[in-house]
Ligand binder design. Sequence first.
Ligand SMILES: *Cc1c(COP(=O)(O)O)cnc(C)c1O
Length: 428
Amino acid sequence: MATTTTKKATSKDFIELENKHGAHNYHPLPVVLAKGEGVHVWDVEGKKYYDFLSAYSAVNQGHCHPKIVNTLKEQAETLTLTSRAFFNDVLGPYEQFITRYFGFDKVLPMNTGAEAVETAIKIARKWGYEKKGVEENKGQIVVFDQNFHGRTTTIISFSSDGDAKRNFGPYTHGFIKVTYNDVDALREVFEDNDNIVGVLVEPIQGEAGVIVPSENFLDNIRKLCKENNALFMADEIQTGIGRTGSLLAVCGDCTCKGHCEKQSSYVTPDILILGKALSGGGYPVSAVLANDEVMEVITPGTHGSTFGGNPLGAKVAMTALEVIRDEKLTQNARKLGQIFRDRMEKLITKTDLVCLVRGKGLLNAVVINDHPSSSTAWDICVKLSENGLLAKPTHGNIIRFAPPLVMSEEQLHECCDIIEKTILNFKK
Ligand SMILES: *Cc1c(COP(=O)(O)O)cnc(C)c1O
């Protein structure tokens, strides 16, 4: 019998392959993952980690959730794609399911987050011209400083991030940028401007470093939009679907999704944008939800996507949303988030390296006490990975901690122990 001499590929080999053959559009931590289950991932050498990024909150339901995987397998063997040239027997039930789940009349299905944001922008503009009566090509959308809404040419046109924007012009017009969490500034842009068709906002700014606005910021956006006949557009691609301890971050402290007695605390957006955890990571699925008065501006031929609303994605999304509800992941995120922040507050009293913890539910960040251009946060993340926990710095000196929502309290404490040990032993 011939002996096998093929050497098993190592992490280093895979990193070299990516560096050689892939565009360098990301700067990953030097960890090569080969397997995931629940809150854990394993690298190619078999080392086990807690995942504290959750693919930027796409795997809220945990890696390879058995129910989601099962749905994916079953539907993949039945029917995957028809295009919207024909009806299919999954899309209608999915549309009914998701609109009831979030409390809107209609949904427009897409695939990636950026596509859903683009869709929302197009709907708002068309609504502005056809319903509000804004003169064509004069419509404006208010956005916020330090926003992150995706990577298309239009979306990066209103980005504050130089790398995301530089040398990708000419840019798309029609956006007004206002300081996040500054209600007065927002009120000012509405003064003497009848051309504003919508306000596009992240209820918590995730990529900017988990910036939580003050209590009534969203309420005020809602009010100003109402007073000025503009659409309140909530990008909940990262914050939605249980992540922040309520079904949507716009729900504030209410976990009922707007159908309970506390409905007043549910700041209903006119346009809700979802992605990421809408599929639990099994497949790219995004969606834009709105009521009839808004969504009816979309007519045949005005917008679409070959894969948007395909039966595979639609079926997966239904299961992903069922898992959130059946396993009470929203409630779990709320409970564990409080524990996490309490533990970090305690850690802050023991070290000068961490100066702040902030967040909601299981979308949290700690601010490292060093200059944003320093490598300290990155170096801490490398140490964390060596100690079995994966997290990624954002904006230089901020580390986001966002594990899958299926974590147990015991596991969370173990993770806080790892973070504490890593920080207290860290030497610059
Ligand atoms: C990730 C994200 C997007 C973009 O989603 P993609 O699927 O990467 O295109 C848009 N908005 C927010 C708030 C996000 O976090």
